[in-house]
Design a binder for this molecule. Structure first.
Ligand code: FEO
Length: 669
């Protein structure tokens, strides 16, 4: 029986979960299963995006037939030829013999390698930037070599802003009925499996992932549809930020990943003593026995933690086998930019320390603590001091003691320029609300974060303050009444753009909205993405120079939902899109075959690509444009950049959100 879910009215998820797979790719245990995602677009043309692993082919074909509803399948877009997505292509072609294939030239080559079929006349080749219309939807193609194989491409829908991202932004774990990221507690329950998926599957190809992230940063994205895991329709910026860290080998946290290999427990004993010393010094430790925990979990935490400790016994005049495998795995995954400490053990000729260093020699930017420890069979009496010294050295880097600055000499009276730290005000907890009012039959509204109850007796009183330059501020004065709609955490950024980043003097902020609800006072409120509305009558006002403070009686109030209120901090952390810190472009050579980047101006004549083994002739020399950065100020509220060489004028206000110059900070663009 089919089991499908709608992504949008005309886009159906037709994939399937597999919870019986022991090892993904034959090596990575997946105790929580894995999903194989495939999507069917029902436009004037019908388009299937990838197929699935052969393990779930039965329900997949039932899903496709059900979702097609009797229509014929016109196109198959292939983004990746790895068999967990491509194994059922041949069966698909047998069932839908008229289907045409959209793919790139490298995928075409691999099709013929995997399937001995005649594909002549049924393939439409595309390359970077090509477009394809399916009716209402206009697709364009983005090449993504080495994310995770060289042939990988993504598809972007210019109409509904959908990115089919291939393996990128996937995760281990079955979907279990959920499809969207916001149907799961992703950053609590799924982030560890997402990290393990990324680091083990794609971790080696950080520079290639960075290249694709740069392309993705230029796209407006409403939905991300990966080949594994959840469809992203909110808070994607938070996940993108994780990808930026992982692909640049930047630690997520200042902490220690301690892995040990011990045969009879003496090396484990030293590792446990060190872990206890670190924790006593306030250091977070993630600890593993390499003989027990599969390497993929340890690799994942090595990408997560800033500092790594490896403790291993000597074995066959080298390093114990499970540690040897782990270190080779870390080197193969290109781990870099870490500080490492080594503990070796050997009853007659300790050699594991040297062997561990040799394996990690191919990793870039690895530094070592001088305070290594060498055990002879077991920790000797008095040798604890060496572990103490190592714990001190690690803790000093992770938890450096704060520099105590000398207190400034006392001065008479407040100096508002130096005594008032604006950041202190960010420690208050503010909600975010839509303030609405109505004058002469016209509706007005703006975003505020200043509403609060100030009297609990009857009538209850609240205050709001409103920027004077905002049109709504004047309108509240004229109307003498207003509504406050309290926004919830699921409020989309577009709502903030509608009410916060444009002026009611220029546009009707209620144009094109579907909801028309009003409270008894005749004023509109926001029924979606809110949890309460309060209707208020102004009883007094106070001029605060830049703002007007209104005190008002609450005359009607009702709860609209149980969703948590959006705080000002939550808006900044999770709703306001984050700018991708695009890496500075450097002169380099890029492999046209697999996308490998060789950094530097000169490439040796005999250079061979370490990924695809092609020679220098396949590399394109890329010399970045020299861009002159412009000085100015950026609005912390809406992101507007104002070019300016000196100081912003005192009466300057943001042309987008009308906040004053106190909400701007120096920036260069
Ligand atoms: Fe999910 Fe690279 O295959």
């Amino acid at each position: 029986m089919h089991c499908t879910r709608k992504v949008l009215d005309d886009l159906i998820w037709v994939g399937a979960d597999d919870r019986r797979l022991a090892c993904f790719e034959g090596v990575y245990g997946v105790p929580d299963g894995v999903s194989y995602n495939s999507y069917l677009l029902l436009d004037e043309k019908t388009v299937l995006f990838d197929t699935v692993d052969k393990a779930v082919y039965e329900v997949f074909f039932e899903n496709v037939a059900y979702a097609l509803g009797g229509r014929k399948l016109d196109y198959l877009v292939i983004s990746h030829m790895e068999p967990d997505h491509a194994a059922t292509i041949e069966s698909l072609l047998l069932r839908y013999p008229d289907v045409r294939i959209i793919c790139n030239a490298k995928i075409q080559t691999m099709l013929s390698q995997f399937f001995h079929l005649d594909f002549a006349g049924r393939i439409e080749l595309v390359k970077e930037g090509d477009t394809f219309s399916t009716g209402r939807h206009n697709l364009t193609f983005v090449m993504a070599p080495m994310v995770h194989w060289p042939e990988v491409m993504m598809t972007y829908d210019l109409t509904d802003k959908i990115l089919w991202s291939a393996d990128a932004f996937g995760t281990f774990g079955a979907l279990n009925g959920r499809l969207f990221n916001d149907e799961a507690d992703f950053f609590v329950e799924d982030i560890n499996e997402a990290r393990r998926y990324y680091t083990n599957i794609v971790g080696k190809y950080g520079p290639q992932v960075q290249n694709v992230l740069k392309k993705a940063a230029a796209l407006e994205i409403a939905y991300v549809c990966p080949l594994h895991g959840y469809v992203w329709r909110s808070h994607f910026g938070d996940f993108l930020e994780k990808y930026l860290q992982w692909s640049s080998y930047t630690p997520e946290e200042q902490s220690v990943m301690l892995a040990y290999a011990s045969v009879y427990g003496h090396t484990a004993n030293a590792a446990n003593i060190l872990a206890a010393m670190l924790v006593e010094r306030g250091v977070k430790v993630r600890m593993y026995d390499t003989s027990v925990t599969p390497a993929s979990y340890i690799v994942s935490d090595a990408f997560r933690c800033s500092h790594l400790v490896f403790a291993a016994t000597t074995y066959n005049a080298g390093v114990f086998v499970t540690m040897e495998q782990l270190l080779h795995d870390l080197a193969a995954h290109n781990l870099q930019k870490r500080k490492v400490a080594l503990i070796e053990n050997g009853s007659w000729a300790a050699a594991s320390g040297k062997a561990m260093r040799e394996i990690l020699a191919s990793c870039k930017n690895i530094e070592y603590f001088e305070e290594g420890v060498s055990l002879k069979s077991a920790l000797a009496v008095g040798q604890e001091a060496q572990l103490e010294a190592l714990a001190d050295a690690i803790a000093a880097e992770i938890n450096p003691k704060p520099v105590v600055e000398e207190a400034p000499a006392a001065v008479e009276g407040p100096n508002f320029l130096t005594d008032v730290d604006n950041k202190a005000f960010q420690k208050f907890t503010y909600g975010v609300e839509v303030l609405t009012t109505r004058v002469d039959g016209k509706d007005y509204g703006c975003i505020i974060n200043t509403a609060g109850q100030v009297a609990a007796g009857d009538p209850k009183k609240i205050t709001i303050s409103c920027i004077k330059k905002n049109n709504t501020c004047d309108m509240v004065k004229l109307a003498g009444k207003f509504n406050i709609s309290i926004l919830t955490e699921d409020a989309p950024y577009s709502l903030f753009q509608r009410f916060g980043f444009q002026s009611g003097r220029d546009v009707d902020k209620f144009a094109d909205v579907e909801w028309t609800e009003r409270t008894k006072n005749g004023i509109r409120y926001i029924p979606q993405y809110t949890n309460a509305v309060l209707s208020c009558e102004v009883v007094s006002s106070e001029d605060l120079e830049t703002q007007v403070l209104y005190v008002a009686n609450v005359v009607e109030a009702k709860v609209l939902s149980s969703a948590p209120s959006c705080t000002y901090a939550y808006y900044h952390a999770h709703i306001k899109p984050k700018k991708n810190p695009a890496p500075e472009p450097k002169e380099c050579w890029i492999c046209r075959v697999c996308g490998f980047v060789f950094e530097g101006a000169e490439m040796p004549e005999d250079f061979v690509c370490p990924l695809c083994k092609h020679g220098k002739e396949e590399f394109e020399h890329v010399i970045p444009e020299v861009k002159v950065k412009q000085k100015g100020y950026v609005c912390k509220i809406c992101g507007h950049f104002e070019p300016c060489d000196g100081e912003l004028p005192e009466d300057y206000d943001c042309p987008i959100c009308h906040h004053g110059r106190e909400d701007f900070e120096p920036a260069e663009q």
